[in-house]
Design a protein around this ligand. Structure first.
Ligand SMILES: Cc1cc2nc3c(=O)[nH]c(=O)nc-3n(C[C@H](O)[C@H](O)[C@H](O)COP(=O)(O)O)c2cc1C
Length: 255
């Protein structure tokens, strides 16, 4: 098999893995994965990756993330958008630069975009090396607590938690929108109601067939019903978002 074909196979067949074997990954391997992240296209390399190896900190992070459904991840890396270092670089270059104000709207979008690109390179590098990964949003949802735990300065925002480990499960491939729904030609094509309904029904059925919610969260619920609950605009969600918005604003991340 050619290198190109085998890399495509890895990409097409990757699944999020949440159950790992309790096996350590050598530091050199983690370095290789992070270095692959750095090779992603980048505007300002506005990211930082924080390996949480300290036992106490790792325990605290897992508590913050309520990550009981992730078993035995050998490595946890907090993925951060980092405009702190970029600002320092711009300060070095000139007095009058785009980050001199307290808010960085456009740079925020760039930094999140390039942090995502780097993260995906890390995910694929881990797969190429035979490991599995799970990306969690808890680092963003609980950004303030994660920032305190990891002593993040202004301008550094945790946006994800990357768990890496030796796979101890091979879940089925999860659903995706049909290619023609996401891939437009020359102009945007509105999805019709039938496509939306079809996708919701079929993808939910796939998650139910996997036993997804029961397996990872112990929730005896149909995936479609769970989606309704998960996306509901409750008072509690509004309060959480308000808190997060305040933290992001303080960090200079304002879109
Ligand atoms: C921004 C982002 C946040 C995510 N957050 C979580 C999470 O908190 N917990 C989790 O189990 N999976 C999380 N995931 C993983 C998705 O659930 C997973 O990618 C999706 O179900 C598709 O499955 P697949 O990766 O196996 O194709 C997240 C993925 C992304 C990109």
């Amino acid at each position: 098999m050619s290198v190109a074909r085998s890399l495509l196979n890895i990409i097409y067949n990757r699944r999020t893995v949440r159950k790992f074997k309790p096996v350590d990954i050598p530091e050199e391997v983690i370095n290789m994965i992070v270095e692959a992240g750095q090779r992603a296209p980048s505007y300002n390399q506005a990211y930082s990756f924080i390996l949480v190896s300290d036992k106490e900190k790792r325990k605290a992070l897992e508590e913050i993330c309520d990550a009981k459904y992730i078993s035995n991840a050998s490595t946890m890396i907090v993925i951060c958008s980092d405009l702190n270092r970029v600002k320092k670089m711009f300060d070095y270059l000139s007095r009058n630069h785009v980050l001199t104000s307290d808010e960085y709207p456009v740079e925020t979008i760039y930094s999140i975009f390039e942090t995502g690109l780097a993260t995906q390179n890390m995910v694929i590098a881990a797969e190429v090396l035979g490991f599995g990964t799970a990306l969690l949003d808890c680092a963003l949802v609980e950004a303030e607590r994660v920032a305190t735990l990891l002593e993040l300065p202004k301008g550094v925002v945790p946006i994800g938690l990357l768990c890496i480990g030796e796979k101890d499960e091979l879940p089925p491939k999860r659903p995706r929108w049909p290619l023609h729904t996401v891939f437009h030609k020359n102009k945007y094509r509105e999805p019709n109601p039938y496509e939306i309904a079809n996708y919701v029904e079929e993808s939910s059925e796939m998650y139910d067939q996997e036993g997804y919610l029961m397996k990872y969260a112990g929730i005896p619920m149909k995936y479609k019903d769970y989606l309704v609950v998960k996306t509901e605009r409750t008072k509690e969600v509004e309060k959480r978002y308000e808190k997060l918005s305040k933290f992001l604003k303080k960090a200079g991340f304002k879109i």
